[in-house]
Design a protein. Structure first.
Ligand code: ASN
Length: 328
C-alpha cells in the first residue's frame, strides 16, 4: 500500500486556507505572549498552483461551531476547482474542526488540517514541515475518499479518532488506534504510506449549528452538581463518564428525569462506551434510563455530532440510532 506521488499532466491546484493558531503566531509586540499574526508560507512546492484564503485568524480556543460552518462553506466553494485543500489551524481545537468537517463535508478532494506546536520565531519551528507534509497528502492520489485528515509530525490521522495528547510536544497528536498513514520525504520526493483502506462515512447537512450542547465531566464523588442547570439550559448533554460509561448512583434519577438527549462518552482516553454494569449509575442502568452511548467518540466529538444532528432536526430516537450504528 505504498506509493510515490505521480506528477499529473497539469500543475496541481491546492487551496490553502488559514485560520490562525500557533502556526500563524508570533510574540505580540506588547510582550503579552503569542497571538496569531501572519499565516505561514508554503515552502518548496514550485510546481503547484496555490490559492490562499483566510476567512478569519483566531487562536483555536476561540473557534466556534459557527466558524466550522463558515469553513465548511468555503471548502465547498473551493473544492470543485482544486485538487486538494489544506487548512492551517490552532492545535487546541483542531480535532473538533476536523471532526465537524468530517461530518458535514462530502467534497471529492482531500481536505487536510495541520498546525504547529512551535511558533515561527522559535528554534525548530515545526510549521513549514507540517504545512509541506499536509500539501503532499492533500495532493496525493491515494488520499481522496478518506474524509478530512489531520497531518502533524509526519503522521496522518483520521478525523474520527485523532486527539491532542500533549500540551507542548511536537508530536502532540495521537488517539487510539493511531495514525492511518505516514508521510516522509526522501530529499524533495514525498513518500506516503496508508495503513488502512478508506472507510464509508455518513455526512450531515444541518440547517443550523446553534443547538446548545453542554459537556459535564464525571469524577469520584460527583453527586450531580451542575446537572440540573445544564439540562435546563441546553438542548442536549454529553457526559464524560467513567470507564465504559458509568456514573455515581446520584446521576441515575437525574438522567431518568431528562427528556432531552443525554450522550454518555468516557473520560478514559481509549475504548468504547458499553452498557455492561447493572449497579445504580452503571452503564446498563443509564441506557435503560434513555442515555445514548457515544461509541468510541470522545466527549467533545460526541458533542459536535449531537449538535449537528440537533441542527438537522433529528429526534432523540433518530439521534440514538446514529450513535448506535456508528453513522459518522
Ligand atoms: N499549538 C497551537 O496551535 C495552540 C494554540 N493555543 C491554538 O490552538 O491556537
Amino acid at each position: 500500500m505504498s506509493s510515490d506521488a505521480t506528477p499529473p499532466a497539469r500543475a496541481p491546484r491546492l487551496a490553502l486556507i488559514h485560520t490562525g493558531g500557533t502556526i500563524a503566531s508570533r510574540p505580540s509586540p506588547d510582550g503579552r505572549g503569542l497571538t496569531p499574526q501572519t499565516p505561514p508560507t508554503l515552502p518548496g512546492l514550485e510546481q503547484v498552483q496555490v490559492t490562499e484564503a483566510q476567512p478569519f485568524s483566531l487562536p483555536s480556543p476561540h473557534m466556534t461551531p459557527a466558524h466550522m460552518g463558515q469553513l465548511a462553506a468555503l471548502i465547498r466553494e473551493l473544492a470543485p476547482t482544486h485538487d486538494g485543500v489544506v487548512v492551517t489551524h490552532g492545535t487546541d481545537t483542531l480535532e473538533e474542526t476536523a471532526f465537524a468537517l468530517h461530518l458535514m463535508l462530502d467534497v471529492k478532494v482531500p481536505v487536510v488540517l495541520t498546525g504547529s506546536m512551535r511558533h515561527a520565531e522559535e528554534i525548530s519551528w515545526d510549521g513549514p514541515a507540517n504545512l509541506l507534509d499536509a500539501a503532499h497528502v492533500a495532493l496525493h492520489p491515494h488520499s481522496p475518499g478518506r474524509g478530512p485528515l489531520v497531518v502533524i509530525g509526519g503522521d496522518i490521522f483520521d478525523a474520527r479518532t485523532v486527539t491532542k495528547i500533549h500540551t507542548t510536544a511536537v508530536d502532540a497528536f495521537g488517539g487510539y488506534p493511531g495514525p492511518i498513514g505516514r508521510i516522509d520525504r526522501e530529499g524533495h520526493t514525498p513518500r506516503l504510506h496508508y495503513f488502512a483502506m478508506p472507510e464509508p462515512r455518513a455526512t450531515y447537512h444541518p440547517a443550523h449549528l446553534q443547538a446548545r450542547v453542554e459537556i459535564l465531566y464525571a469524577y469520584a464523588g460527583w453527586t450531580g452538581e451542575g446537572y440540573a442547570e445544564a439540562a435546563t439550559r441546553a438542548d442536549g448533554l454529553v457526559i464524560a463518564a467513567l470507564g465504559t460509561g458509568n456514573l455515581p448512583a446520584e446521576l441515575l434519577p437525574l438522567i431518568q428525569g431528562t427528556a432531552k438527549p443525554v450522550v454518555i462518552a468516557t473520560r478514559t482516553h481509549a475504548g468504547p462506551v458499553l452498557p455492561v454494569y447493572g449497579y445504580a449509575g452503571g452503564g446498563a442502568t443509564l441506557v435503560e434510563a434513555g442515555a445514548i452511548p457515544a461509541s468510541f467518540l470522545n466527549a467533545h466529538k460526541a458533542r459536535l455530532l449531537l449538535l449537528i444532528l440537533l441542527g438537522q432536526g433529528l429526534t432523540r430516537e433518530q439521534i440514538q440510532t446514529v450513535f448506535e450504528r456508528d453513522e459518522f
